[in-house]
Design a protein around this ligand. Structure first.
Ligand code: SF4
Length: 88
């Protein structure tokens, strides 16, 4: 599992560090940092996923769970189609 911490949207409440203290550390300003980088060991995945799911700002992203944006592919169409749009 690979995750990304987007500190630009983080609100600094620290739930991630409570759920996964081995993965997240809090800096002097009260914002989290990733202790070991983006790659999460299998034994830490449950804690990482719990932090991700409980993050109120959606600042923790599962990089393995992203839909690839392929030009003209189904994923690109699905993400841009809206009722009444001409993309359908
Ligand atoms: S739980 Fe989310 S919003 Fe809260 S400190 Fe952690 S990354 Fe930031």
């Amino acid at each position: 599992m690979r995750i990304k911490l987007d500190r630009t949207v983080c609100d600094g409440f620290g739930a991630c560090a409570v759920h996964a203290p081995d993965l997240f550390d809090m800096d002097d300003w009260g914002y989290p940092t990733l202790r070991g980088g983006n790659d999460i060991a299998p034994e830490d995945e449950a804690a990482a996923r719990r932090a991700l799911l409980d993050c109120p700002a959606h600042a923790i992203i599962d990089l393995d769970d992203r839909v690839p944006l392929l030009a003209g592919g189904e994923a690109a169409v699905a993400r841009t189609s809206r009722p009444g749009s001409s993309a359908e």
